[in-house]
Design a protein around this ligand. Structure first.
Ligand code: NAD
Ligand code: WQD
Length: 347
């Protein structure tokens, strides 16, 4: 089905941020085709998207590093106007032990898409970048002009290189635009609890670990360090609600397709502007849900950033987008999702 606003190709669209974005795209009147190889997600997510929106997005199970499969997809869907590229391997720790896999997957995916966009009259690509490009900032909050620090992991390096690839292609005259979105820490789930984050194995990120400890899958959360130079000694991050984040992608797509971009390539920080410590986040979770999180304080995790949060002014003013969901509501959504997984016997 082709909706009135045209078709968007969402790579990695059955993943965590991708699935929430497909919901918002469909709610805004776009039709969507998802490509995902299901390496870190499940096709059942499509049912969740359909239950929320009443529309089933088209789904192609294929690998974006497979040029011929992508070429066929563009031949089958000649009406693709824009791309949102979520497909990537994203585990920082794993990238240290499997760097080639990370470079191959994340970079070949992007290169294939850029090659085929040019040939298929696609107007623009939204790219998922990360606050990881800022490393440990000298000054907080970070703006888009803050220095890019040398990447401390192959994963982080793929984001820096990807930004450079897109920039070079566009400066060389590529016939498309791009919006690069640097996410801070995406958390929470859709308020319907139909879709959410589904980590593989032991969660490495804070919120899935918190909800799994709260429901009893994990004995206790290890709080990595209480001796940082912060107000309570724990690390500070900018936790952004995943639905708020998804909505920014719709604005970015509209900007590219409706020729509103000021430059052929634009970069935005997507965060709330509030730095929240690990201990404050736990307080929020317990306040919002009434559920205690068993925990112990342990030593620092190697490679952790002490504090980083966004200055989202540029996105607020230029995109007209703002993160709106209070952190307690976000924590409630994460918990509702964990409880839904339990009801379904998944976790
Ligand atoms: P995710 O793992 O849930 O989603 C990524 C999806 O891409 C998965 O469904 C996976 O199966 C798919 N995929 C991976 N490689 C593929 C390939 N070669 N071909 C087809 N499909 C492929 O991750 P997410 O949290 O939704 O992240 C989405 C994007 O946002 C990623 O690019 C990630 O690096 C970036 N990002 C995530 C975070 C975060 O904390 N979640 C923060 C900043 C940036
Ligand atoms: C958040 C805070 C931990 C787990 C990672 C990537 C980054 C970006 C976002 C993609 C930190 C603390 C965590 C636990 C804890 N991803 N923590 N106990 O480290 O900010 O960033 O995800 O681009 O590139 O590095 O996120 O959720 O792992 O940690 O105390 O069991 O929670 O020390 O302070 P992080 P996180």
């Amino acid at each position: 089905m082709s909706n009135q606003k045209g078709r968007i190709l969402v790579t990695g669209g059955t993943g965590y941020i991708g699935s929430h974005t497909v919901v918002e795209l469909q709610n805004a009147g776009y039709s969507v085709v998802i490509i995902d190889n299901l390496s870190n997600s499940n096709a059942d997510v499509i049912d969740g998207i359909e239950r929320i929106t009443g529309i089933r997005p088209d789904f192609v199970e294929a690998d974006c590093t497979d040029f011929d499969a992508l070429k066929k997809l563009f031949a089958d869907y000649p009406d693709i106007k824009g791309i949102i590229n979520f497909a990537a391997s994203k585990a920082v720790g794993e990238s240290m032990t499997k760097p080639i896999l990370y470079y191959r997957n994340n970079l070949n995916t992007l290169l294939n898409l850029l090659d085929l966009m040019g040939e298929n009259d696609v107007k623009g690509i939204v790219f998922s970048s990360s606050c990881t490009v800022y490393g440990e900032p000298d000054v907080n909050p970070v703006t888009e002009k803050s220095p890019i620090k040398k990447a401390t992991s192959p994963y982080g390096n793929t984001k820096q290189i990807s930004e450079e690839i897109i920039t070079d292609a566009i400066y060389a005259g590529a016939p498309y635009k791009s919006v690069i979105l640097r996410y801070f820490n995406p958390v929470g789930a859709h308020p319907s609890a139909e879709i959410g984050e589904l980590p593989n194995g032991v969660p490495q990120n804070l919120i899935p670990y918190v909800t799994q400890a709260a429901i009893g899958i994990r004995k206790e959360l290890s709080v990595f360090g209480n001796d940082y130079n912060t107000r309570d000694g724990s690390c500070i991050r900018d936790y952004i609600n995943v639905v708020d984040l998804a909505k920014a992608h719709v604005v970015a797509v509209e900007r590219m397709l409706e020729d509103k971009s000021e430059e052929k390539i634009e970069i935005f920080n997507l965060g709330t502007g509030d730095g929240v410590s690990v201990l404050e986040l736990l307080e929020s979770f317990e306040r919002a849900t009434g559920v205690k999180v068993p925990r112990k304080i342990v030593g620092r995790r190697a490679g952790d950033i002490e504090k980083v949060w966004a200055d989202p002014t540029y996105a607020n003013e230029v995109l007209g987008w703002k993160a709106e969901t209070p952190i307690d509501d976000t924590m409630r959504s994460a918990w509702a999702w964990q409880c839904r997984l339990r009801e379904r016997g998944i976790m």
